[in-house]
Design a protein around this ligand. Structure first.
Ligand code: NDP
Length: 297
């Protein structure tokens, strides 16, 4: 079997298109554009690329982008003061503090300072709690993007066996919660799981969010399963001195067995910013008291 490729790039482009259309009607109704504030502390090169892309895509969707770049030496108190200002600013619907923060800052404390109703990354404990009990709130962008891809491919996920490899707060745990909401039977695997290949072999849906290059092998995959590869790992390329991106799944062997699979790059990765823009638009509607049609996004 040769798996169908799940084209996250194309899906994300479609989602950004829908966000753009609704952002224009929001601006007309509210008399202002939806606004996303992104805070970057320090000069981490990967974070700089993410922040630049977020800014560009926010503007391209017809929303306001507010970028705050602070030096790596900024004190935690100054960052918290900026978060307070953004919480109080009516032009700002969503706030994202780019992680990781410099070592002298307490990430949990900074995330806890964000108004949960502007926490478009969905990392605040209030939003984690809302997700756990099934209340509306903001869901972390990457796992929400994965569920969108799964539903687009499979329709209803009810009754399917899903294995999520990884239990981080930003991917694994919210992914498992979302799949429970979709009525999957969910297993969460991690570094202490016994016989991971056997656990994965039971799954109709495999979500790999581990951070280990090409760890999940084709022989672990049940024939026809849908494989979502969240991993982004930079490894040395064949040419001297060059690098390339690979996922947590060994694409060559897994794509020979799976029914469908996300590639790396071009699978889950592009979904994250598109869902961030979606979450920001949802926040804007809530903040302005304007209805957003159910399932519009
Ligand atoms: P974390 O490092 O926070 O979590 C990794 C998880 O994998 C942990 O739960 C860990 O288990 C588990 N794990 C580690 N080794 C093994 C193993 N040998 N067998 C089984 N489980 C193992 O990573 P993140 O969740 O933040 O990210 C995971 C991957 O997803 C990374 O490659 C990251 O770059 C990528 N990512 C991609 C995004 C995107 O596409 N936009 C966004 C976010 C992340 P334990 O808890 O026991 O330590």
């Amino acid at each position: 079997m040769t798996a169908q490729i799940i084209d996250g790039k194309a899906f994300a482009e479609g989602l950004r298109g829908r966000v753009g259309t609704l952002a224009a009607s929001f601006a007309a109704a509210a008399g202002r554009k939806a606004g996303l504030a992104v805070v970057l502390v320090g000069e981490d090169p990967a974070s700089q690329v993410y922040v630049r892309n977020k800014g560009k895509q926010t503007l391209a969707c017809g929303m306001e982008s507010f970028e705050h770049r602070l030096s790596a030496e900024t004190s935690e108190a100054d960052l918290l003061a900026l978060v307070d200002t953004l919480n109080a600013d009516p032009a700002v619907d969503g706030i994202l503090v780019q992680l990781p923060l410099p070592a002298h800052m307490d990430e949990q404390k900074v995330i806890a300072a964000i108004d949960p109703d502007k926490d478009v990354d969905g990392f605040h404990v209030i939003n984690a709690g809302r997700l756990a009990v099934g209340l509306p709130g903001f869901v972390p962008c990457t796992p929400l993007g994965c569920v969108m891809l799964l539903k687009d491919r499979l329709g209803s996920l009810a009754g399917l066996d899903a294995v999520v490899i990884g239990r981080s707060n930003i991917v694994g745990k919210p992914m498992a919660q979302l799949l429970i909401q979709e009525s999957c039977t969910v297993t969460v695997a991690h570094s202490r799981t016994k016989d991971l290949p056997e656990v994965v072999r039971r799954a109709d849906i495999v979500v790999a969010a581990v951070g280990r290059p090409e760890m999940v092998k084709g022989e672990w995959i049940k024939p026809g399963a849908t494989v979502i590869d969240v991993g982004i790992n930079r490894v040395p390329a064949a040419e001297d001195g060059k690098t390339r991106l690979v996922g947590d799944v060994d694409f060559a062997s897994a794509s020979a067995v799976a029914g469908a699979i996300t590639p790396v790059p071009g699978g889950v990765g592009p979904m994250t910013i598109a869902v961030l823009l979606r979450n920001t638009l949802v926040a804007a509607h809530r903040n302005a008291g304007i209805d957003l049609p159910q399932d519009a996004l």
